[in-house]
Design a protein around this ligand. Structure first.
Ligand SMILES: *Cc1c(COP(=O)(O)O)cnc(C)c1O
Length: 350
């Protein structure tokens, strides 16, 4: 499909560009009252069929109006860990800074969908200074993680002083950006941005991407530019029904990432965000998929399958497990499901 070179943000332009039908308009308008819509030109170009792995992630649907009892407005419990505006400090050695509440695209399954979107943009200069002061005064903070919204929507000119302030903090030894920009809006990855991200304190980038169909030639160029700039690249993927909940899709994605210098880091189990039950798989499905990758796909292509425990209790790996211990005896499953005994500990072990 050929579409105009502009970002789609309204139900009417979704209809104009034939991304929804006339019949969908009323429902989609209702969805758009609750949750922001945005599809960049790069992602419009990657949509081949409306219900393909890219279309499903970005085109709003009436299914988002259905909320199930277990779903929550704050699914991973950011709120109780917010000491100052824009910061989530849950783990002792690292914290999140959310400098901006806008994204280049609004994923229909976003776990922060109640708080990101038009209305609130950047933190004010005073709020940013208060966030930086919090980092300066907490010497246990080893890593600062920018997330959002999408922090790489911030221009290099505005990022530079923020990063310089953190670079000057002795106890902050590494900085991380979680972003979708290199894939969904790759034109923003300019030499000027790469230069801005290059300083004494290492900057790592975690790219959010869920299907290889998202990764066009322009995204490959953007990833190459970041990598050539010396920035280590990781990825995070959300396991999504109808998008990537099959072994071929995950294998294709993780191989594509490694072939583009990106190490798959996390595969997230879908969070209990409101109106997203049509995207959630069971944990058993996720474990089965991870099991199918192990052994058949390079170890470099294996992310860790994690659950962010609802209520703010942190992220943990949720399997599958390969070791079973019965009394002192270990049984280990190989990648193909065959069981092997491993000797129990000897009296010499401490
Ligand atoms: C996910 C998350 C992090 C980062 O966790 P890692 O396991 O280090 O990637 C940090 N803080 C909060 C509040 C988070 O939700």
């Amino acid at each position: 499909m050929t579409r105009k070179n502009r970002t789609i943000r309204t139900p009417d332009s979704l209809l104009e560009e034939k991304l929804i039908d006339q019949d969908d308009l009323t429902g989609v308008r209702e969805v758009a009252e609750h949750y922001a819509v945005s599809i960049t030109p790069a992602m419009q170009q990657r949509i081949v069929d409306l219900d393909d792995p890219v279309g499903r992630q970005f085109i709003p649907s009436e299914a988002e109006l259905i909320t199930t009892p277990e779903e929550r407005a704050d699914p991973i419990g950011d709120d109780p860990y917010t000491p100052v505006k824009g910061i989530t400090h849950r783990y002792p050695d690292r914290l999140l800074i959310k400098p901006m509440h806008l994204c280049p695209v609004y994923c229909r399954f976003c776990f922060r969908r109640e708080v990101v979107g038009p209305g609130e943009g950047m933190l004010s200069a005073d709020e940013m200074e208060a966030a930086l002061d919090y980092v300066r005064s907490h010497t246990e903070i080893w890593e600062v993680i920018f997330t959002g919204g999408d922090p790489l929507l911030i221009s290099p000119a505005r990022l530079r002083p923020i990063l310089a302030a953190l670079d000057a903090v002795d106890h902050v030894r590494t900085i991380r950006f979680h972003t979708r920009v290199p894939v969904v809006d790759p034109g923003r990855i300019t030499d000027e941005l790469v230069e801005t991200l290059t300083m004494d304190t290492p900057v790592w980038i975690v790219v959010h991407t869920n299907h290889q169909q998202e990764i066009g030639e322009d995204a490959r160029v953007a990833l190459r530019r970041l990598s050539d700039g010396g920035i280590p690249l990781l990825s995070q993927t959300v396991l999504l029904k109808g998008v990537n909940d099959n072994a071929e899709a995950l294998e294709g994605l993780f191989r594509t990432l490694v072939a583009n210098r990106v190490k798959p880091y996390y595969l997230h189990h879908g969070d209990l965000a409101q109106g997203t039950s049509h995207f959630r798989t069971s944990i058993e499905t996720g474990q089965e998929l991870m099991r199918s990758l192990r052994g058949d796909v390079s170890g470099t292509c294996q992310p860790l399958y994690v659950l962010d425990i609802p209520g703010g209790h942190g992220k943990v790996p949720i399997g599958p497990t390969y070791l079973r211990t019965d009394g002192e005896a270990h049984q280990v499953s190989d990648p193909w499901g065959e069981q092997h005994a491993y000797p129990p500990r000897t009296s010499d072990d401490t």
